[in-house]
Every structure is written in structure tokens, then in C-alpha cells.
Design a protein around this ligand. Sequence first.
Ligand code: C2E
Ligand code: MG
Ligand code: MG
Ligand code: MG
Length: 293
Amino acid sequence: QAKEHGKNKYHVFHTGMNMQSYRSFLMQNDLWKAIERDELELVYQPRVDVVTGKVECAEALLRWNHPSWGAVSPAEFIPLAEQTGQIVEIGDWVFRTACQQLKHWEENGYNSIRLSINFSAQQFMQKDLPSRLKRSIMETNVSANRLEIELTESALVKNEEFIINTLREIKEMGITISIDDFGTGYSSLQYLSRLPINILKIDKSFVHGITDETNENRLITSTIISLAKSLNLSVVAEGVETKEQLEFLSLHHCDEVQGYLFSPPVKQEPFEKMFLQEKDMVFDVKVQHENRI
Ligand code: C2E
Ligand code: MG
Ligand code: MG
Ligand code: MG
């Protein structure tokens, strides 16, 4: 009987593997048509200033609304798009669409908002990336100094000189540069201090552990904040879900926070409403929790 059980298990596992790679294959196929079929969409998550409690920035996050699978996560399809090179076309679409959105906001009275855009490692290795970005900025006539680029720490560790030069060119255009998921990669402090960057974003895996008294994530998080300060960088915490996490971050002088505690990523219109409310979201959260029974 045990043998039979084992066989079944093997069968399920094996079929599962095939299903997974078959799904990837179908996805890569459909991804070529996603842009012309208008299936890609950007959603926006507010980033809140810890001191003023105001929405300062929006992070643009990509969504793929597939006709039969529904919403496919960028965590699933971006790696597939990197394998086939589709990331170049998708990355251009994301950047252009984000610029158009920011231009729309500039023209409609939301003119202090900043917009941050994620870039994949592969995309960053394109030799002509700075000129591609310049083209979109010129075509949409948007202010580059309200655009921000997020690059994950793990994308930085290969071809260091090339990365530094590309970052420098992009920074010279007026764009802000932030290191996403900081703490999960392996960049050396010496390298970090040479990078022309502006912001460190603490990965949500550290943020989630900070309210546990014995958790080393508290130490890691406060150390990243002091590190950022001593390098003259701003620091943003992602994945903030509880009032306790917010309080720890605020106590340690984190500059901006982002997470479900304030809002999940939302479509353009609800984002605009949130921005216009001009309320102190940090204060609001604290009061809400204090009134809880
Ligand atoms: P990321 O840039 O680190 O984005 C943060 C992710 O955490 C997002 O997932 C966001 O929806 C989610 N998140 C936000 N607040 C919370 C929270 O309080 N708790 C938890 N548990 N999660 C939270 P999403 O949108 O699924 O994106 C996943 C990753 O895909 C992003 O991680 C980014 O690396 C990549 N990505 C997203 N959009 C793009 C894009 O336009 N281009 C590229 N190249 N990559 C993208
Ligand atoms: Mg990001
Ligand atoms: Mg991140
Ligand atoms: Mg992350």
C-alpha cells in the first residue's frame, strides 16, 4: 500500500511540474500579445511621509489581466518576460504609461506627486536604456525630477562599473534612484557608498518581523535606517501592515512608509481621491487603532 501511495505522490508531483512549465509556456506565448490587446495595467500604491502623514509618492505596480487566467502577478510573469526578452517591450510600456500618468497628474492639479517605477535587472542591462528613458520623457513632456526608478539590490551585483555608469546617466537626467528590497541582496558597503543613489527601501520581510521583541529583524531594520542616514540617503519601509510596525519605524526616523496599513495598490481614480484628501494618514491610523475595542 505504501508503494502505491508513493507512486501516486510521484505521479501528482510529476504532473504538477509539467502543468507549471506548460502554464509558463502558454504565458510567454500570450505575453507577446498582451500590450496590443491592452491587457497590461498600472496600479498605484501610496507612499506616506512619516512626519507629515501626507501621500508624497505613488509606486506604479504592473498588472496583467489575462482573458482566461484573470490577474497574473508580476512576480510570476516578469521572470518569464526576462527569459524571452519581452521585458524590453513591457518595460518601455510601463515607463511610457507611467510618464503619461504623471503628466496627467501634473496637468490636473496633483502637481506635487512623485511617481516611482520598478525596473528589472535584465532591463537595466540594456545599453540604450538612458536614451530610451529620455525619449519617453521628451514625448510626454513630463518633469523628470518627479520620477523615481526602483532597482532591486540583487540587480546591482553584476557588472558593477556598467551599473554605476548607467545609474549616473539616469541620475543626471534628474530622476531619483532607489534600491528596492534592500537587505535581501549582497551588496558590499564599499560598493553601496559608490552608487549614485538617493533612497533605500527596506524589504518587507524585515518590516514584518520588527514587532516581535526577540526578532533580529528589529536590529536589521534600525541598522538599515542608520546606514541610510550616514550615507545621506532617505529610507522607505515597504510592507507596513500594523500600527506597531509604523510606530517602530517612526521612532527610528524612517522617512516614508508604504503598505496595506495605509492602502493596497489601487487604480488611478481611488489613488487620486486618497491624494486629494490631504489627510494625515499616519495620525489617522494611530487614532483608528486607539479607538478600537
Ligand atoms: P516590489 O517592487 O518590492 O513591490 C512590493 C510588492 O509588495 C507589491 O507586490 C505590492 O503589491 C506588495 N505589497 C504592498 N504593500 C504590502 C503589504 O503591506 N504587505 C504585503 N505582504 N505586500 C505588500 P506586486 O504588485 O505583486 O509586485 C511584486 C513585484 O513585482 C514587485 O516587488 C516588483 O519587484 C515587481 N514589479 C511590479 N511591477 C513591476 C514593473 O512594472 N516592472 C518590473 N520590472 N517589475 C515589477
Ligand atoms: Mg518596488
Ligand atoms: Mg520593494
Ligand atoms: Mg519587496
